[in-house]
Design a protein around this ligand. Sequence first.
Ligand SMILES: CC(C)[C@H](C(=O)O)[C@@H](O)C(=O)O
Ligand code: SF4
Length: 751
Amino acid sequence: MSAAAQTLYDKIWNDHVVSSQENGLHLIYVDRHLVHEVSSPQAFDGLITQNCGRAAGRVVRRPDCTLATVDHNVPTAPRSKGLRDIGADPQSRAQCAALETNVKDFGLSYFGLQDKRQGIVHVIGPEQGFTLPGITCVCGDSHTSTHGAFGALAFGIGTSEVEHVLATQTILQKKSKNMRINVEGELLEGVNSKDVVLHIIGVIGASGGNGCVIEYSGSVIRGLSMEARMSICNMSIEAGSRAGMIAPDEVTFEYLKNRPLAPQGETWDRAEAYWRTLKSDEGAKFDVEVTISASDIVPSVTWGTSPQDVVPITGTVPDPASFSNPDRRKAAERSLEYMGLVPGTPMESIKVDNVFIGSCTNGRIEDLRSAAKIVLAAGPDASVASGVRAMVVPGSSLVKRQAEAEGLDAVFRRAGFEWREAGCSMCIGMNDDQLGAGKRCASTSNRNFEGRQGAGGRTHLMSPAMAAAAAIRGTLADVRQFHYKPSQSAIDVEPLPVERDPLDFVPEAAPTAAPPAVKSASPDAKVPGKVFRVLKGIAAPMYIENMDTDMILPKQFLKTTVRTGLASGLFYNFKNDANTGEALDFILDRPPYDKAVIIVSTGKNFGCGSSREHAAWSLEDFGIRCIIAPSFGEIFRNNCLQNCMLPIELSVDECRVLAQDAEAEIELVVDLEREEITRAGKDPIRFKTDPFRRGCLLDGFDDTAATMRSADAIAAFEERRTASWPWLDGVGYTNGKKLEVKSRGPGTMDW
Ligand SMILES: CC(C)[C@H](C(=O)O)[C@@H](O)C(=O)O
Ligand code: SF4
């Protein structure tokens, strides 16, 4: 093995390091920042006024590298009136209105409700060529991993980090481990990329990628289209990894050529030459390597409430008793009760009430084509089974237009599917598209978490073809019975060109005219009241593996533009029965745990899933200041730290000991300075924290203030970037005119 051999991740990482600290923390430059309405209002507010009420007066550093849209809250019924289409829900409307105000105030490119390029943030980025190989890309959204399909380092961040990126165009990161998943061989009949990624998560588990960036490779991956690669990278977060990526190749270049924001002419040639170097070198070292044989992958569905709960469609509902790990068993028992399923039930016999085809995983044109192909294969008179509500929601308005040009909408409508406008829709149910309590849905989305599509709703994840098959059968169904041939093109129509239109919405204010740049806080400023030193109090024990952030704070509480007042939504579905509304006996409602300041979880991967910082805000609002678990979802861990809450990782055995103490109502003392947990009459338990984060918690510094000390290094990096990768200075949509980036001489702090 050659010492100089690098992985794809190493290469992109090295190309983006602005500065490094001795403690292993690095300041990474962000090439592309996508913004949506749910995770951004508090971040924009932070630019204007910092948490402690101090005037920050910051501008967005790189409007040319920032693109915003509305997707989560938008209605999918026909719309023509802009914000007024967001009818009955004032909170949804307020969140979208806040984004409209912010993009105007800060001079950002924006695809609003009436723009024909509006869509799910992870669909529009690639569609426009905003996403490119070799870039770093972030968004306040966990499925940012999607963009890794282009050979980019793309990951989700929380709202505080969104604020950091808006202000500094950088992010503080520790390097993750390198993991490679090789999928070799040839896919069997009826198997597509969704089956591949579900199978992978079934094999490595929902925390299998914790601490890693996954590179997908092997003959199967190389043979996939860009859209199929996006579906795979999209779900990397469901395997607990920081990001997923695939080396760019001819398929990538072909997809990107002539996209509105992709480089053109000579710049394209220069970019392509660089992109061709972006692959893992022979002999590069991977910390973890997994090889999966394509012949083991069959059309798959989920049975439980974690994406790792995968079985072949020909399989049966498993028996929780078959899981040796007690936390896993507990989670499986809870899942089956929630899903209303009995062990041993054949998956194909399970009746569905709803079918949802869409989302950032499977709302692209190829997904709609493969679903339409099943409808066609079912025969001219095929229709959605009686009693089933099936909806198709394109991932973007351009996907919708393309599908209509190909006649796919007619195929769906004729069979009784609803044909909707673009948005996240029933993937998360933040608009009116919600799954009823107790209803069962065959869904092409990425999360089968409790209450994900609607309180009490039951989700089975699968490919678009499988979802179409379920719609017609009325039960979960094996797509192979529909003579599915993935290689054969569904409907032979030329794609419409992606137009290079200027913005329908033109920012009213030029970026340089954004809020006046008042002198920002001194870089050494502390954040008053936000320090963590010693914490003493009651701990509440929890025993569920993969406690996702949808469980911690369900989606209906995300529609806020402030950070406070969220305690009432904390663990909402554990406190109230979704079907009857009755109060349940939840631990945090009972004394003494109603005063708990610590949570001890024996289950690993606490806080996995969505990047919603709202989950951390709701814990803080309740009074929780520390969470102890065997491992954490990475975005959640960062979100805790950003809010001065301490996540502590201990072994499962240590967590079990502390959970017993918590059951016995013994108070714990968490001492961050000494890095130990003590309780009366027992040996202390030592823990380790990252030195930088520890310093921030002890002293109350915030990240943005810390980064401001690196203003010179950021400016120097930007100069190098322009010289080496000129196509990364975005031209935005201002009629091809390069957006002026306000010059900031070395040492200037007035961002
Ligand atoms: C709302 C947003 C923060 C969230 C995410 O981070 O994933 C959402 O997209 C989701 O899928 O749960
Ligand atoms: S996972 Fe669902 S809610 Fe989240 S961005 Fe994708 S489509 Fe939207």
